[in-house]
Design a protein around this ligand. Sequence first.
Ligand code: GLU
Length: 449
Amino acid sequence: MNTYIESVLKGVSIRHSSQPEFVQAVHEVLSSLSPVVDAHPEYEKADLLNRIVEPERMFTFRVVWMDDQGQYHTNRGWRCQFNGAIGPYKGGIRFQPNVNESIIKFLGFEQTFKNSLTGLPIGGGKGGSDFDPAGKSDAEIMRFCQSFVSALYRYIGPDVDVPAGDMGVGGREIGYMYGQYRRLKGAWENGVFTGKGLSYGGSLIRPEATGYGAMYYLEQVLRHQGDTIEGKRIGVTGYGNVAWGIVKKAAELGAVCCYISGSDGYIHDPDGINTPEKIDYMLEMREKHTGVKAYAEKFGCEYVPGAKFAGVDDIDVYMPAATQNEINLEDAKKLAASNVRYYIEVSNMPTTAEAVEYLRSREDIVVAPSKAVNAGGVGVSALEMAQNSERLVWTAEEVDAHLRSMMINIHNVSAEAAEEYGLGYDLISGANIAGFKKVATAMMEQGIF
Ligand code: GLU
């Protein structure tokens, strides 16, 4: 490894020893960059790497709300404005009890390179709260969102920082947050949030975008390998918005999604989740936080409580789409020993460092990184911002065509970047290098900052 990178990594590990997810994400990106840093000594001279691992700004705030019984609750909120070199900070808001500074910071760091890969002018940001939306009434959700935005609104804006959804935050929450922003600002400014409802500036295909984009990316991987999507059997972890988009597009393309999972276990539907009734039911499951058991009960298929499906022998493609570090070394070994030949990360950093290392060492498996595969979500968010700026509404076909060409481009620039530095078909290094280069160039050209 390049000695400058080594010294930066050492510093990050020491300074942030209490932020394991952040340290992991930085290691994952920087360890791909040796050939680039070797070829560009000016980066070391400008100490670019120590700058790029430091958020431009990150803050925490108090979010107080009242439940339906009149009890007060205090939660913590965060926003990380990681890097604004190529556009306004852009990234989702996550509501989940395990959210902390390390998680928001790692997500903001990842977002910076992901957003760069989209080819659109969006910087990297992320935010969230340790608020648990499960079991809350609609009125409680609304009061929480209003309180969250009351604390945040001064620091965001269509040209400043543009939040969106993430785990625990969907269209309903974005509506309440945007409503509060508009009330406080006294201005329409609706490019300030993305993932909005269609009646007030949202984009068609935004809810589907992350899952659709992942499938378009997978198509390119298969094409590169001389393989096709028809009849491919896919296992998806999670059952949220992203898994729903994958399942929907997979059915359309003639693939068979036969596993989904939740924190309660997994279900196996050998016929595939491929009818409108089955696919739409996933939306209901997500909204009600039912777990996947509800699917098995409704459609009469196998449900395995408390287990993961890594290692089952009837899938070719494994797509983790639940949360960070969900796939550990043991899972990776199991799925590598099965018939899985394509490991396509979808949720942000779903694989532990040892598990990625193991999977990458297996020459019989193609591994694709989440920051490329899931970039279609934020990519369509950028298209929503474009529509808001020009005060026009694009058709679903237009948005979908943009999304598809964006995903083809992300795959190709990643493959080409890896090829350029003699790394072969290494989609992880390629995505890191391609994402990094644009941000690095912008930072260098903008001077010390
Ligand atoms: N939360 C999504 C992500 O991880 C989408 C962010 C956005 O649309 O700004 O990329």
